[in-house]
Design a protein around this ligand. Sequence first.
Ligand SMILES: C[S@@+](CC[C@H](N)C(=O)[O-])C[C@H]1O[C@@H](n2cnc3c(N)ncnc32)[C@H](O)[C@@H]1O
Length: 209
Amino acid sequence: MGLRESFQAGLARQLGHPSGLRGRVVGAMLNRRNRAAVVKAVAALELSGTETALDIGFGGGLGLELLLRDAAAVHGVDISQTMLARARGGFGKEIVAGRLQLHEGSMTALPLGDNAVEAIVSTNTIYFVDDLGAAFSEVARVLAPGGRFVLGIADPDLMGRSKMLTDNGFRIRPVDEVETALSTAGLPVTRHETFGHSGLGFHLLIAEP
Ligand SMILES: C[S@@+](CC[C@H](N)C(=O)[O-])C[C@H]1O[C@@H](n2cnc3c(N)ncnc32)[C@H](O)[C@@H]1O
């Protein structure tokens, strides 16, 4: 493997599971690069101020910061200990105040009870999830009746043109396939918004079961 390929493989690994010092740098980069997408995804939840919200795969933590502005209480779930440590450092006050709870765990086995939250956001995560059915069933389980789920994904056609992504195990799925998986899990998509983001098209799939 050449130097360039090896750098790209390392970056791709970090995007899926940021770890160590490099992971911390990647966390800051994610907040910058994905800002527009995360801002729009959280806005699409249309939080009322009284709800409990969850960010799955919060990475650099921008989604947590935005949810904390508009939700009464917030949960964050991520598989990365480095991202959890970063968020613990950045949101100490909110954790002490009991407004933010952070959990190590996977989208396919969420460490939360049934009907635990009214609003869930997850952006740029399902590329790292093999079993989409298991993940969306878990989202449906923890989402309270009348709740909303906003899933943000980069356009698969554009992602498919990036050798870095295709060579390094990113699961790039057609949007239709993702919508069908959501619907099968009891999360029918009621709105589908698209916009430009970092030179890529971006999709927000909003499910209101
Ligand atoms: C590319 S980052 C996206 C971060 C943030 N949501 C954003 O859009 O900037 C992917 C994040 O999802 C987390 N992740 C990957 N697989 C996951 C899984 N199965 N369950 C929960 N989090 C996961 C990674 O640790 C990482 O923090």
